[in-house]
Ligand binder design. Structure first.
Ligand SMILES: [Zn+2]
Length: 394
Protein backbone atom coordinates (compact mmCIF):
# COMPACT_ATOMS: atom_id res chain seq x y z
CA UNK A 1 0.00 0.00 0.00
CA UNK A 2 2.80 2.39 0.93
CA UNK A 3 4.72 1.47 -2.18
CA UNK A 4 1.64 2.08 -4.29
CA UNK A 5 1.11 5.49 -2.71
CA UNK A 6 4.69 6.44 -3.44
CA UNK A 7 4.27 5.43 -7.05
CA UNK A 8 0.94 7.16 -7.58
CA UNK A 9 1.24 10.48 -5.79
CA UNK A 10 4.30 11.93 -7.59
CA UNK A 11 2.58 11.11 -10.88
CA UNK A 12 -0.63 12.72 -9.68
CA UNK A 13 0.87 16.07 -8.83
CA UNK A 14 2.71 16.29 -12.16
CA UNK A 15 -0.34 15.28 -14.17
CA UNK A 16 -2.56 17.82 -12.42
CA UNK A 17 -0.31 20.70 -13.34
CA UNK A 18 0.01 19.69 -16.97
CA UNK A 19 -3.63 19.08 -17.71
CA UNK A 20 -5.68 21.59 -19.64
CA UNK A 21 -8.84 22.50 -17.80
CA UNK A 22 -11.27 20.76 -20.13
CA UNK A 23 -9.10 17.72 -20.71
CA UNK A 24 -9.76 16.09 -17.39
CA UNK A 25 -9.71 12.43 -16.83
CA UNK A 26 -10.03 11.29 -13.29
CA UNK A 27 -8.56 7.87 -12.75
CA UNK A 28 -6.68 8.71 -9.55
CA UNK A 29 -8.97 10.89 -7.56
CA UNK A 30 -8.36 11.55 -3.91
CA UNK A 31 -11.37 11.47 -1.65
CA UNK A 32 -11.47 14.46 0.68
CA UNK A 33 -13.96 15.64 3.22
CA UNK A 34 -15.04 19.20 3.65
CA UNK A 35 -13.45 20.91 6.62
CA UNK A 36 -16.83 21.72 8.11
CA UNK A 37 -19.86 19.47 8.29
CA UNK A 38 -22.66 20.07 5.80
CA UNK A 39 -25.86 21.16 7.28
CA UNK A 40 -28.79 22.51 5.42
CA UNK A 41 -30.46 25.28 7.35
CA UNK A 42 -34.01 24.24 8.30
CA UNK A 43 -35.31 27.80 7.78
CA UNK A 44 -34.00 27.89 4.27
CA UNK A 45 -36.41 26.67 1.62
CA UNK A 46 -34.62 27.32 -1.65
CA UNK A 47 -37.79 27.87 -3.59
CA UNK A 48 -38.50 31.03 -1.59
CA UNK A 49 -35.38 32.62 -3.09
CA UNK A 50 -36.95 32.69 -6.55
CA UNK A 51 -40.36 34.09 -5.81
CA UNK A 52 -41.12 37.04 -8.01
CA UNK A 53 -44.31 38.69 -6.81
CA UNK A 54 -47.61 37.86 -8.45
CA UNK A 55 -46.23 35.85 -11.33
CA UNK A 56 -44.72 33.15 -9.13
CA UNK A 57 -46.72 30.01 -8.59
CA UNK A 58 -49.60 31.23 -10.73
CA UNK A 59 -48.63 32.18 -14.27
CA UNK A 60 -45.27 32.77 -15.86
CA UNK A 61 -44.49 35.05 -18.77
CA UNK A 62 -44.33 33.00 -22.00
CA UNK A 63 -40.78 31.79 -22.67
CA UNK A 64 -39.22 34.03 -25.34
CA UNK A 65 -41.56 36.98 -24.75
CA UNK A 66 -40.18 40.47 -24.04
CA UNK A 67 -41.65 40.30 -20.57
CA UNK A 68 -39.86 37.01 -19.98
CA UNK A 69 -36.51 38.27 -21.28
CA UNK A 70 -36.62 41.43 -19.18
CA UNK A 71 -35.15 41.51 -15.73
CA UNK A 72 -32.06 39.40 -16.28
CA UNK A 73 -28.43 40.57 -16.30
CA UNK A 74 -26.86 41.87 -19.53
CA UNK A 75 -25.11 39.49 -21.91
CA UNK A 76 -21.66 38.14 -21.08
CA UNK A 77 -18.70 38.70 -20.99
CA UNK A 78 -19.75 40.89 -18.07
CA UNK A 79 -20.51 38.75 -15.03
CA UNK A 80 -23.84 39.60 -13.39
CA UNK A 81 -23.57 42.75 -11.31
CA UNK A 82 -23.70 41.62 -7.68
CA UNK A 83 -25.31 44.93 -6.70
CA UNK A 84 -28.45 44.18 -8.69
CA UNK A 85 -29.15 40.66 -7.43
CA UNK A 86 -32.18 40.07 -5.22
CA UNK A 87 -31.60 40.88 -1.56
CA UNK A 88 -32.93 37.44 -0.57
CA UNK A 89 -29.96 35.73 -2.26
CA UNK A 90 -27.46 37.93 -0.47
CA UNK A 91 -29.27 37.35 2.80
CA UNK A 92 -29.11 33.58 2.26
CA UNK A 93 -25.37 33.87 1.57
CA UNK A 94 -24.79 35.99 4.68
CA UNK A 95 -26.80 33.53 6.71
CA UNK A 96 -24.63 30.66 5.46
CA UNK A 97 -21.48 32.65 6.24
CA UNK A 98 -22.77 33.41 9.74
CA UNK A 99 -23.35 29.67 10.25
CA UNK A 100 -19.70 29.15 9.21
CA UNK A 101 -20.94 26.93 6.40
CA UNK A 102 -18.83 28.64 3.72
CA UNK A 103 -15.06 27.94 3.97
CA UNK A 104 -12.90 31.05 3.98
CA UNK A 105 -10.26 30.15 1.40
CA UNK A 106 -8.38 32.19 -1.21
CA UNK A 107 -9.76 32.84 -4.69
CA UNK A 108 -7.86 31.60 -7.74
CA UNK A 109 -6.66 33.53 -10.76
CA UNK A 110 -6.99 32.17 -14.30
CA UNK A 111 -5.00 34.13 -16.88
CA UNK A 112 -7.21 32.85 -19.72
CA UNK A 113 -9.99 30.40 -20.51
CA UNK A 114 -7.40 27.78 -21.45
CA UNK A 115 -5.37 28.09 -18.27
CA UNK A 116 -6.02 26.16 -15.10
CA UNK A 117 -6.90 28.57 -12.30
CA UNK A 118 -4.14 28.83 -9.69
CA UNK A 119 -4.23 29.54 -5.97
CA UNK A 120 -1.82 31.95 -4.28
CA UNK A 121 1.70 30.61 -3.72
CA UNK A 122 1.90 28.05 -0.95
CA UNK A 123 -1.78 27.03 -1.13
CA UNK A 124 -2.21 23.33 -1.96
CA UNK A 125 -5.26 22.78 -4.21
CA UNK A 126 -5.42 19.15 -3.07
CA UNK A 127 -5.51 19.98 0.64
CA UNK A 128 -8.76 19.19 2.49
CA UNK A 129 -9.34 22.93 3.05
CA UNK A 130 -9.33 23.69 -0.71
CA UNK A 131 -10.01 20.37 -2.50
CA UNK A 132 -10.19 21.76 -6.04
CA UNK A 133 -11.92 19.63 -8.67
CA UNK A 134 -9.66 21.19 -11.32
CA UNK A 135 -6.84 19.37 -9.52
CA UNK A 136 -8.89 16.15 -9.29
CA UNK A 137 -9.75 16.42 -5.61
CA UNK A 138 -13.22 15.09 -4.75
CA UNK A 139 -15.44 16.52 -2.01
CA UNK A 140 -18.01 14.36 -0.22
CA UNK A 141 -21.43 15.08 -1.68
CA UNK A 142 -20.17 15.92 -5.16
CA UNK A 143 -21.08 13.52 -7.98
CA UNK A 144 -18.27 12.23 -10.19
CA UNK A 145 -19.33 8.64 -10.94
CA UNK A 146 -22.55 6.90 -11.94
CA UNK A 147 -23.81 3.72 -10.24
CA UNK A 148 -22.40 0.50 -11.71
CA UNK A 149 -23.68 -0.44 -15.18
CA UNK A 150 -25.42 2.90 -15.65
CA UNK A 151 -24.57 5.75 -17.99
CA UNK A 152 -25.92 9.20 -17.17
CA UNK A 153 -26.34 11.34 -20.28
CA UNK A 154 -25.76 15.09 -20.10
CA UNK A 155 -24.88 17.94 -22.44
CA UNK A 156 -23.26 21.22 -21.43
CA UNK A 157 -23.28 24.83 -22.63
CA UNK A 158 -26.67 24.89 -24.38
CA UNK A 159 -28.88 25.95 -25.82
CA UNK A 160 -26.30 26.37 -28.57
CA UNK A 161 -25.40 25.59 -32.18
CA UNK A 162 -25.68 21.82 -31.77
CA UNK A 163 -29.02 21.86 -29.95
CA UNK A 164 -31.33 21.39 -32.94
CA UNK A 165 -29.41 18.36 -34.18
CA UNK A 166 -29.48 16.90 -30.67
CA UNK A 167 -33.21 17.57 -30.30
CA UNK A 168 -33.98 15.70 -33.54
CA UNK A 169 -31.88 12.72 -32.48
CA UNK A 170 -33.40 12.52 -28.99
CA UNK A 171 -36.90 12.78 -30.43
CA UNK A 172 -36.25 9.98 -32.93
CA UNK A 173 -34.79 7.70 -30.28
CA UNK A 174 -37.11 8.54 -27.40
CA UNK A 175 -34.07 9.25 -25.25
CA UNK A 176 -34.02 11.77 -22.40
CA UNK A 177 -30.94 13.62 -21.23
CA UNK A 178 -29.90 16.36 -18.81
CA UNK A 179 -28.94 19.78 -20.15
CA UNK A 180 -26.50 21.77 -18.03
CA UNK A 181 -27.50 25.14 -19.42
CA UNK A 182 -25.83 28.52 -19.48
CA UNK A 183 -28.42 31.03 -18.24
CA UNK A 184 -27.65 33.70 -20.81
CA UNK A 185 -27.91 31.07 -23.57
CA UNK A 186 -31.42 30.21 -22.41
CA UNK A 187 -32.44 33.85 -22.73
CA UNK A 188 -30.83 34.12 -26.16
CA UNK A 189 -32.18 30.81 -27.52
CA UNK A 190 -35.68 30.43 -26.07
CA UNK A 191 -36.99 28.20 -28.88
CA UNK A 192 -34.31 25.54 -28.41
CA UNK A 193 -34.79 25.77 -24.66
CA UNK A 194 -38.53 25.19 -24.97
CA UNK A 195 -38.09 22.24 -27.31
CA UNK A 196 -35.56 20.59 -25.02
CA UNK A 197 -37.75 21.05 -21.96
CA UNK A 198 -40.95 20.01 -23.74
CA UNK A 199 -39.30 16.78 -24.87
CA UNK A 200 -39.06 15.84 -21.21
CA UNK A 201 -35.36 16.49 -20.81
CA UNK A 202 -34.03 17.66 -17.46
CA UNK A 203 -32.69 21.18 -17.03
CA UNK A 204 -29.73 21.85 -14.74
CA UNK A 205 -27.43 24.79 -14.02
CA UNK A 206 -24.16 25.68 -15.77
CA UNK A 207 -23.89 29.35 -14.57
CA UNK A 208 -24.84 32.61 -16.30
CA UNK A 209 -21.53 33.54 -18.00
CA UNK A 210 -19.45 30.31 -17.82
CA UNK A 211 -16.50 31.54 -15.71
CA UNK A 212 -13.94 29.60 -13.71
CA UNK A 213 -16.01 29.78 -10.54
CA UNK A 214 -13.07 29.59 -8.13
CA UNK A 215 -11.91 32.97 -9.51
CA UNK A 216 -15.18 34.57 -8.37
CA UNK A 217 -16.08 36.16 -5.03
CA UNK A 218 -18.79 34.63 -2.83
CA UNK A 219 -21.30 37.23 -4.08
CA UNK A 220 -20.36 36.61 -7.72
CA UNK A 221 -20.78 32.84 -7.28
CA UNK A 222 -24.26 33.50 -5.89
CA UNK A 223 -25.15 35.77 -8.82
CA UNK A 224 -23.87 33.27 -11.44
CA UNK A 225 -25.92 30.43 -9.94
CA UNK A 226 -28.92 32.48 -8.82
CA UNK A 227 -29.73 34.10 -12.16
CA UNK A 228 -29.44 30.76 -13.95
CA UNK A 229 -31.73 29.12 -11.39
CA UNK A 230 -34.11 32.05 -11.72
CA UNK A 231 -34.49 31.81 -15.49
CA UNK A 232 -34.89 28.01 -15.29
CA UNK A 233 -37.46 28.41 -12.50
CA UNK A 234 -39.41 31.04 -14.43
CA UNK A 235 -39.31 29.00 -17.66
CA UNK A 236 -40.29 25.57 -16.33
CA UNK A 237 -43.41 26.37 -14.35
CA UNK A 238 -41.51 26.99 -11.11
CA UNK A 239 -39.12 24.03 -11.04
CA UNK A 240 -36.00 24.52 -8.91
CA UNK A 241 -32.95 22.74 -10.36
CA UNK A 242 -31.24 20.18 -8.18
CA UNK A 243 -27.89 19.91 -9.95
CA UNK A 244 -25.21 22.20 -11.34
CA UNK A 245 -21.98 21.55 -13.17
CA UNK A 246 -19.12 24.02 -12.75
CA UNK A 247 -17.71 25.31 -16.06
CA UNK A 248 -14.37 23.58 -16.80
CA UNK A 249 -15.19 21.34 -13.81
CA UNK A 250 -13.71 24.10 -11.64
CA UNK A 251 -14.93 24.11 -8.04
CA UNK A 252 -13.51 23.86 -4.53
CA UNK A 253 -14.83 23.65 -0.96
CA UNK A 254 -15.99 27.30 -1.02
CA UNK A 255 -17.83 27.18 -4.36
CA UNK A 256 -19.33 23.76 -3.62
CA UNK A 257 -20.55 24.99 -0.23
CA UNK A 258 -22.18 28.14 -1.65
CA UNK A 259 -24.03 26.06 -4.24
CA UNK A 260 -25.32 23.66 -1.58
CA UNK A 261 -25.93 26.02 1.34
CA UNK A 262 -27.48 28.94 -0.54
CA UNK A 263 -29.27 27.14 -3.36
CA UNK A 264 -29.49 23.45 -2.36
CA UNK A 265 -27.52 22.51 -5.51
CA UNK A 266 -25.43 19.35 -5.78
CA UNK A 267 -22.17 19.75 -7.71
CA UNK A 268 -21.78 17.29 -10.58
CA UNK A 269 -18.48 16.70 -12.38
CA UNK A 270 -17.72 13.69 -14.69
CA UNK A 271 -15.45 10.65 -14.93
CA UNK A 272 -14.70 10.68 -18.67
CA UNK A 273 -14.13 13.62 -20.99
CA UNK A 274 -14.57 13.52 -24.77
CA UNK A 275 -13.03 16.99 -25.35
CA UNK A 276 -15.83 17.36 -27.92
CA UNK A 277 -16.00 21.09 -27.08
CA UNK A 278 -12.76 21.58 -29.03
CA UNK A 279 -14.09 20.08 -32.31
CA UNK A 280 -15.40 23.50 -33.35
CA UNK A 281 -12.23 25.37 -32.36
CA UNK A 282 -9.89 26.54 -35.07
CA UNK A 283 -7.79 24.56 -35.32
CA UNK A 284 -9.84 21.74 -33.73
CA UNK A 285 -8.35 20.37 -30.52
CA UNK A 286 -9.42 16.81 -31.29
CA UNK A 287 -11.03 14.73 -34.03
CA UNK A 288 -14.24 12.73 -34.31
CA UNK A 289 -12.09 9.62 -34.84
CA UNK A 290 -10.26 10.17 -31.55
CA UNK A 291 -13.55 10.67 -29.70
CA UNK A 292 -15.02 7.52 -31.29
CA UNK A 293 -12.00 5.57 -30.18
CA UNK A 294 -12.22 6.85 -26.59
CA UNK A 295 -15.96 6.21 -26.48
CA UNK A 296 -15.52 2.64 -27.71
CA UNK A 297 -12.86 2.04 -25.07
CA UNK A 298 -15.10 3.34 -22.23
CA UNK A 299 -18.27 1.68 -23.48
CA UNK A 300 -16.70 -1.75 -23.94
CA UNK A 301 -14.71 -1.51 -20.68
CA UNK A 302 -15.58 -2.29 -17.05
CA UNK A 303 -19.01 -1.18 -15.81
CA UNK A 304 -17.85 -0.19 -12.34
CA UNK A 305 -18.15 2.66 -11.70
CA UNK A 306 -20.82 3.69 -14.18
CA UNK A 307 -20.11 6.42 -16.69
CA UNK A 308 -20.64 10.16 -16.59
CA UNK A 309 -19.19 11.34 -19.89
CA UNK A 310 -18.66 15.06 -20.47
CA UNK A 311 -20.39 16.03 -23.73
CA UNK A 312 -21.50 19.35 -25.23
CA UNK A 313 -24.23 20.68 -27.49
CA UNK A 314 -21.91 23.47 -28.65
CA UNK A 315 -21.67 22.29 -32.25
CA UNK A 316 -23.19 19.80 -34.67
CA UNK A 317 -19.83 18.03 -34.84
CA UNK A 318 -19.92 17.46 -31.07
CA UNK A 319 -23.48 16.12 -31.21
CA UNK A 320 -22.52 13.84 -34.12
CA UNK A 321 -19.91 12.09 -31.96
CA UNK A 322 -22.64 11.31 -29.41
CA UNK A 323 -24.91 10.00 -32.17
CA UNK A 324 -22.15 7.62 -33.34
CA UNK A 325 -21.56 6.36 -29.80
CA UNK A 326 -25.23 5.90 -28.91
CA UNK A 327 -25.68 2.48 -30.60
CA UNK A 328 -22.48 1.29 -28.88
CA UNK A 329 -24.01 2.25 -25.51
CA UNK A 330 -27.07 0.14 -26.33
CA UNK A 331 -25.11 -2.78 -27.73
CA UNK A 332 -22.97 -3.03 -24.60
CA UNK A 333 -26.01 -3.15 -22.32
CA UNK A 334 -25.48 0.07 -20.43
CA UNK A 335 -28.52 1.35 -18.60
CA UNK A 336 -28.64 4.72 -20.39
CA UNK A 337 -30.56 7.45 -18.58
CA UNK A 338 -30.82 11.18 -18.15
CA UNK A 339 -28.10 12.02 -15.61
CA UNK A 340 -30.39 14.05 -13.33
CA UNK A 341 -32.90 11.20 -13.12
CA UNK A 342 -30.13 8.71 -12.46
CA UNK A 343 -28.35 10.55 -9.65
CA UNK A 344 -31.50 12.31 -8.39
CA UNK A 345 -33.23 8.99 -7.63
CA UNK A 346 -35.93 9.73 -10.19
CA UNK A 347 -36.36 13.36 -9.13
CA UNK A 348 -34.54 15.85 -11.32
CA UNK A 349 -35.63 18.98 -9.44
CA UNK A 350 -35.71 20.02 -5.81
CA UNK A 351 -39.46 20.47 -5.93
CA UNK A 352 -40.60 18.18 -8.76
CA UNK A 353 -39.78 14.73 -10.09
CA UNK A 354 -39.67 15.63 -13.76
CA UNK A 355 -41.15 17.93 -16.37
CA UNK A 356 -44.62 16.38 -16.21
CA UNK A 357 -45.00 15.85 -12.48
CA UNK A 358 -46.48 18.41 -10.07
CA UNK A 359 -44.36 21.19 -8.64
CA UNK A 360 -44.30 20.75 -4.90
CA UNK A 361 -43.52 24.28 -3.87
CA UNK A 362 -43.05 24.61 -0.16
CA UNK A 363 -44.82 27.89 0.12
CA UNK A 364 -43.26 29.75 3.00
CA UNK A 365 -45.03 33.01 2.38
CA UNK A 366 -48.45 31.37 2.46
CA UNK A 367 -47.46 29.31 5.47
CA UNK A 368 -46.51 32.43 7.37
CA UNK A 369 -49.77 34.14 6.48
CA UNK A 370 -51.75 31.17 7.71
CA UNK A 371 -52.82 29.64 4.39
CA UNK A 372 -52.17 25.91 4.17
CA UNK A 373 -48.90 25.22 2.36
CA UNK A 374 -48.96 22.79 -0.56
CA UNK A 375 -48.38 19.21 0.47
CA UNK A 376 -45.36 17.24 -0.69
CA UNK A 377 -45.93 13.91 -2.34
CA UNK A 378 -45.02 11.44 0.42
CA UNK A 379 -43.57 8.75 -1.83
CA UNK A 380 -41.07 11.21 -3.30
CA UNK A 381 -39.64 12.75 -0.16
CA UNK A 382 -35.95 13.35 -0.73
CA UNK A 383 -33.78 14.26 2.27
CA UNK A 384 -33.97 17.96 1.31
CA UNK A 385 -37.73 17.87 1.14
CA UNK A 386 -38.00 16.08 4.44
CA UNK A 387 -35.99 18.90 5.92
CA UNK A 388 -38.20 21.54 4.36
CA UNK A 389 -41.40 19.80 5.26
CA UNK A 390 -40.39 19.18 8.85
CA UNK A 391 -40.72 22.86 9.56
CA UNK A 392 -44.38 22.75 8.65
CA UNK A 393 -45.15 19.39 10.26
CA UNK A 394 -46.64 17.77 7.15
ZN1 LIG B 1 -19.24 24.42 -20.12
Amino acid sequence: MHILALLVFPFLSTASVLQRPRDHEHPHNVEKRLPSTWYHHPDHPVHSLFRRGDTDGVTYAPVGSDEWAAGYPPDPPASPDVKTMPAAWLAALNDAIARKAIPEIPLTTAPSEDDNPVYPKGVDPNSPEICSSTYQCRIDGQVWDAPDSTLGLSFDDGPEAGSNKLIEFLKTNGQKVTHFMIGSNIRNNPDAFTQEFDLGNDIAVHTWTHPHMTTRSNEEVVAELGWTMQIIHNSTGGRVPKFWRPPYGDSDTRVTAIAKEVFGLTTVIWNQDTSDWSLSDSPPGTTAAKINSSMTQWLTGPKSPGLIILEHELSEQAVATFMSAYPVMQKNNWNVMSLAQLIGHNASYQNSDNNDSPVNAVDVINAKSGSPPQRLTPERLTPERVLYSRRFSY
